[in-house]
Design a binder for this molecule. Structure first.
Ligand SMILES: NC(=O)c1ccc[n+]([C@@H]2O[C@H](COP(=O)([O-])OP(=O)(O)OC[C@H]3O[C@@H](n4cnc5c(N)ncnc54)[C@H](OP(=O)(O)O)[C@@H]3O)[C@@H](O)[C@H]2O)c1
Length: 243
């Protein structure tokens, strides 16, 4: 994948990992469009030279509006990064959770991104070189008890990514999964322990995107995925220690 001269949409590109990825790709001479809900963050992104779209992944009308803007204003789009996400931490078995709250976490982390991807496929498929990167999580491979709904949504996103790759085989669209390790962003602000800086993570995965690796991640996360697969009891202990 040539990492220059692309037109790129990054959902959740106004904060954390998405924003660092947007900056790195902008430095490589790509046109970068960032999407998010918060107008203050969108304004800050516009001041950094990004194109911006207000998009709420919980709202089907807002997703359709985003697609219309892409079709009309950025028909060259050939690169989609489904990066937006939220994580609500609570003990599922002890806290009564309103329907709306559960729906919100699944809609932002999974359903909204599936709908956006499907609606953008006609734009992406006409390009000589196109790519879709889906941000998932280690918790999508091995769940954590204080992130029950988040883990379920990310597991769904992992399977969606694999299925989409199979469905797009033989087309110019490459589908990659991105699993960040614990990274210092607003999402993890209240969490103790070691965190990778987002710019370090992004510098690490850019060459992997260039090589079109199916899984974009760090060595430690690859090791964790093997442990989760082969030694689930050990994976459970590792996650328990990181809480
Ligand atoms: N940080 C980590 O340790 C870590 C680890 C594994 C996976 N991940 C995944 O990596 C991705 C980026 O995470 P991050 O840590 O960089 O998070 P972050 O800094 O909290 O940023 C989240 C982004 O998602 C956007 N977003 C939230 N709700 C949205 C909605 N309803 N519609 C549209 N956009 C919405 C936010 O925009 P607004 O503020 O405008 O809503 C923001 O730009 C997420 O998918 C996350 O699950 C992160």
């Amino acid at each position: 994948m040539n990492l220059s001269g692309n037109t790129i949409l990054i959902t959740g590109g106004t904060s954390g990992i998405g924003l660092e990825l947007a900056k790195a790709l902008q430095r490589k001479n790509n046109k970068v469009i960032v999407a998010g809900r918060d107008e203050v963050k969108l304004q800050a992104a516009a001041e950094l030279g990004f194109q911006t779209i207000k998009c709420d992944l919980e709202d089907p009308d807002s997703i359709e509006n985003t697609v219309r803007i892409i079709e009309n204003t950025y028909p060259d789009l050939n690169f989609l990064v489904n990066n937006a996400g939220v994580q609500f931490n609570y003990v599922f078995t002890e806290v009564h959770t309103p329907f709306k709250r559960i729906q919100q976490e699944i809609q932002i982390n999974l359903t909204g991104q599936i709908i956006l991807t499907q609606l953008l496929l006609p734009v992406l498929r006409t390009k000589e070189q196109a790519c879709i990167i889906n941000s998932t999580s280690g918790l999508g491979a091995f769940p954590k008890s204080d992130g029950v709904v988040y883990s379920a949504g990310k597991a769904g996103m992992r399977n969606f990514t694999t299925a989409l790759r199979f469905a797009l085989k033989g087309t110019p669209v490459r589908v990659m999964e991105f699993i960040p390790p614990v990274t210092a962003t607003p999402m993890t602000a209240g969490r103790p322990g070691d965190k990778l800086q987002p710019e370090v993570l992004v510098a690490h995965i850019l060459p992997q995107i260039e090589r079109e690796k199916q899984l974009l991640t760090t060595f430690k996360m690859r090791l964790f995925l093997w442990i989760a697969f082969l030694l689930p009891n050990l994976a459970f202990k590792i996650l328990g220690k990181s809480s």
